[in-house]
Structures are given as C-alpha cells and as structure tokens.
Design a protein around this ligand. Structure first.
Ligand code: CO
Length: 298
C-alpha cells in the first residue's frame, strides 16, 4: 500500500517559562505566534528538572473550566487533590485525563516522598478544548496506571508505541476521548521506521522527548531532523506520518505524536477558563469566586 506522507509545516521551539509556585516548563503553545492548535489549547513539557530534596515545586489550588487537562508523568511523582474530594498519585508512565467540564479547583503538587528525596521531575501537560455542547458537563477523571497503557510494536520490534489515546500497530487505547484524539508516545530504535496512518481531518504535531530522528524520506526538503524541545507541526496533506531513525544513528528516538479533529468554534480564554464567549468567561469568574467550583478540603 502506498501512502502520502504529511510534510513538516513548521517547527516551533518550546519556550522556557516558570509556572505555578515556580516550576520550570518548556511551552510549545500558547505563544504570541501560536495561540492554539485546534483542538489543543496548551502544550507544556514540565522540566526535565533535577530537584534537591525538599525543593520540588508544584501548582497549588487553581480552577479550570471548559476543557480537559491531560497529565503524563515521565519522571518524578505528583499528588493531586480537587474540590470534589478526588485525589490520587501520578507516578512515572501514569496518565491522568481530567475533563474539567463545568469546573473544579485542583492542586498538582510534588508527592511527599518525592519531595523529601528529590529527583528528576519530567512530564507533559496537554490542554484539549471541549466543544460547546460538552463545556459544562460534570468533571470526570480517567486515570491509567503505566502498566495498563496498551503498547503497539512494529514487526521488526524497532518501534514501540505507548497508546494513551487512539491506535497504533493494532494496539487500542483504553482512554475514551470526547472528540477524536490520538496521543502516542513512540520509541524508535536506530534502523527503525514508523509509518502512522492519519485521517485527513486531524491536526497533528509531534514533540521530541529524546534523541534525534527524521520525518519523511521521500523528498530531501522534507527530511527534517529535529532536536529537543521542538514542536513539529504537520500540514494536512497526506494520509500518514513517517518517522525514521537511520541505522547509523547511535541513540533511540523518543517522540510524542498527537492529533485531533479541530472543533472550529470561537475560543475565548482567560487563564484557567476556556469558553466560547466573553459572557461565559465572566460567569466562570463569578462561579469561581462565589464558591460554585467548591474548595479543596484538607
Ligand atoms: Co491544573
């Protein structure tokens, strides 16, 4: 079967910024040059940063309304609590897919023993917009432990894909999404090649976590090598994305491939609230300040 590979449209270096109480993130968007990438609203690589004992930082109590936050831990450990009494721990490889919907207040803080011992904090936070009809649904969590994430493997065993959402090499995600989304974490060994079929309506980007690889080999001009902390945006022309690690490369290439069908609705965002109109943002502020999103009981 012959397919057309999507071309790299733009490469965007993530910018370092300080969030919450002072934790370091590499932010691919939103930025002045890229406000959002429909249906995605934000992409942060948290760290990687080495914390001394007692020094790890988090994001204390803050609200969300109108979208979903997806936290994927790579190293370190977070503890979360929310205003509906929900709490839990996120360890390396775990995913928390939180549908904020009508709103809640939560905290995302370094877990006690991780804080005491110190270590490397590394993770990804992705914000996914909800369509108007789903913005005010009740908050909902899907929490998947690392061992339960399906893994797709290529025939030659050189490509392994953790399937957080969507499908790869016949492995299907267990997470349910509100709109069509895929979220894949691939490790490609030298000499490996991954051709992921993509439906036309999906907006797709990749983000490099480790090593170096090439996108599409058919035309020299599309053969882009990529470096750390880079978001790679693809055009919408083609039915697959090809990633290659030449056999003379020394290290495995680790990359996220994320896509979703655009919602195509007006986006009005103010900090932790993302709605369709200014009026709805004002209502979100009122609801937050009058306690309608609850408070975290400790
Ligand atoms: Co949050």
């Amino acid at each position: 079967m012959s397919t057309t590979h999507r071309k790299v449209k733009r490469m965007i270096p993530a910018k370092m910024s300080i969030e919450g109480e002072g934790f370091l993130v590499h932010r691919a968007f939103p930025s002045q040059t890229l406000l959002d990438f429909d249906p995605f609203l934000l992409f942060d690589e948290m760290g990687p940063i080495d914390h001394q004992p007692g020094n790890a930082k988090g994001a204390p109590d803050h609200p969300h309304r109108g979208f979903e936050t997806v936290t994927y831990m790579l190293s370190g450990c977070f503890e979360h609590n929310d205003s509906f009494g929900h709490n839990g721990k996120l360890e390396p490889g775990d995913v928390q897919w939180m549908t904020a919907g009508s709103g809640l207040i939560h905290s995302e803080m370094p877990e006690k023993s991780f804080l005491e011992k110190g270590g490397t904090l590394h993770g990804i936070q992705l914000w996914i917009n909800l369509p108007k009809e789903h913005k005010m649904i009740s908050p909902h969590y899907q929490e998947i432990k690392s061992v339960d994430i399906p893994i797709g493997v290529s025939e030659d065993n050189k490509v392994q894909v953790r399937v957080l959402a969507g499908e790869a090499f016949n492995a299907k995600a267990i997470i349910q999404t509100r709109t069509p989304i895929f979220y894949l974490h691939a490790v490609i060994q030298p000499g490996g090649r991954w051709e992921q079929p993509i439906l036309k309506e999906f907006n797709v980007f990749a983000y490099v976590l480790k090593g170096e690889g090439l996108f599409s080999r058919k035309s020299e001009t599309n053969l882009k090598s990529c470096e750390l902390h880079q978001m790679i945006m693809f055009d919408n022309d083609g039915d697959s994305i090809e990633l290659i690690v030449p056999s003379d490369f020394n290290d495995p290439f680790e990359v996220l491939l994320i896509g979703g069908v655009p919602i195509n609705e007006p986006i009005v965002r103010y900090g932790p609230f993302v709605m369709n109109t200014e009026e709805e943002i004002r209502t979100a502020f009122i609801d937050y300040h009058t306690g309608k999103m609850g408070t975290i009981k400790r």
